[in-house]
Design a protein around this ligand. Sequence first.
Ligand SMILES: [Zn+2]
Length: 461
Amino acid sequence: MLVIGCKKMVMQLHIGFDDTDSLRGSCTTYLATQIISEIFDRVIFLDFPKLIRLNPNIPFKTRGNGAIALHLQGAQADLLYCKKVVLRKVQKLAELEEKNTNPGVVFIEKQIPPEIEALSKQAMWDVISLQEAEKFSTFPNIELHQFKLGRGIIGGMGALGNKLAGDFTYEHLSYRMPENFGTEREIDPESVIKADKGTPLTFNNVDYKYNSIMITPRGADPVFAGIRGETVDEVLKAWKIVEPLEKISMQMIFRTNQHTDQHFVKHFTIKDLIPHRSAIVRGKVVKKPFYIPGGHLIFSIKDETGTVDCAAYEPTKKFRGKINGLVIGDEITVYGGVRPPGKNHPLTLNIERLKVHSLMPVFKYENPFCDECQTRLKSAGKNKGYKCPKCSAVYRNKKVIKTELPRTLQIKEYLPPIIAHRHLTKPRARQGRDNTGKQMTNQKIQKILKQLVDYSREHRP
Ligand SMILES: [Zn+2]
């Protein structure tokens, strides 16, 4: 494509990176926001920056928390400038951070190959090895940059290959002043409740059941607050209502796969469950729920290939009490992460969502009553009928009274409370919602990004 007037070749550059966050107070979205601020005037953004959460059931130490993709268009020289900015920033961070941070940067020019899209789909529920990702270094339009172990290229590709062509959500992120990192976040909780009530298309702002403000994270990272919602206008509106009681250095809006359940796509039979996969498994309850020390609830399900333990851990709180109502024979589908076997437990499905398909009838059995005095009879001994404890009448042929008990569970889906949700969990507030095809026009994206970048440039120290 030629841009009239300046005769420069306009090209596309797609940038993906991951594993640049750590416990020491950095975060991949923070880095992305800084980068966007720096390159914004030189290129056109073809989409909002994307924040992609990959399979959350991979051990934390071997995955990034959220991967970023930037889709840009510009003149070759400007795109080269973007590459330099990204590499300089990531390099600096890699030198500073501890050994569990293994940043990786992926540059793809022109089209994103279908092989990257396939890898991205798999990365949502499976474990991708570094070798699998490194194979892409042979593609002529792909450039890989690995820092230390460079594991971040897996997430970088995962983000680049995820077009968010189906359902998606937005997150507005605001960042703290560096001098406040590590201290408690100062926010007016009433304003968060007001924002929540005033913007029905945002969600997970407050967990009312557990009286918890959800938009402010707890850790040492630079994020002040994250507001998640269905539209850009709505997350911006909510942010305007929220009253931070400390200075905000930067803001950005990401288009994400958060809260879309994108990690639950694959159905597995029990024998095919492999540790760290996110799996959907249908089966019948064969061992009724019981609590183990620590407050975790365990039960077993079975399909035609085997039996597996399922666990609702203590942090899922009241969810456990509901699930505890399962009985042998109930038919359910469990959505969960496969936890590898340990010293004290077999391979276990860690339940993130549970669907009840059918419930076994449950009966109560009671002795019949005496015809003479209406007293409840007692057993007269095995096969000897009943005897009245009051008037001593004996009954040979009376039958036990069988009453069906109401089940506490219903034929529906059960979810843990918001406080126990993963980033990908589709919350109850989003049930029935789907943003497929609702992407913004390019012009509007530019306009909103410009406002956010202008804010960041003005307030960043
Ligand atoms: Zn009697």
